[in-house]
Design a protein. Sequence first.
Length: 144
Amino acid sequence: MSRPARRGRAAGPSQRQLRAGEVIRHALVDVLRHETLDDPALQDHPVTVSEVRMSPDLRHAVCFVEPLGGGDATAVVDALNRSARFLRGRLGPLIEMRFTPDLRFLHDESFAAAAHMSALFDDPKVRADLAAPDPDSPEPDEPA
């Protein structure tokens, strides 16, 4: 029998998925910190694991990563995907879950988007617009 659709709530990950994602993220960071991966693309590129999104059945995990120092993200993500089975094997003993999820790695674009937004805010034209008074806002009361 199917479950009825939830009404009045935004669709998104459940608390269970969020909690499992954080457990996997922390364990994955520990594995990447202590294990030496033989892939040359990972030798001189420390990796930040920014988020792990879990499937509803908790059997699949999408891990968003960013190489520190802006290294070759494509090569690093490809290397991590090649090492996914090894990393999954190392994760198993570190987590208390019924199944160790399959791992898939993607480049986290949010760091580039944040840098782009910072560059936009540093533009002199944008600064002038932000400093200009808003014509729709009421004037503050002057003290008597």
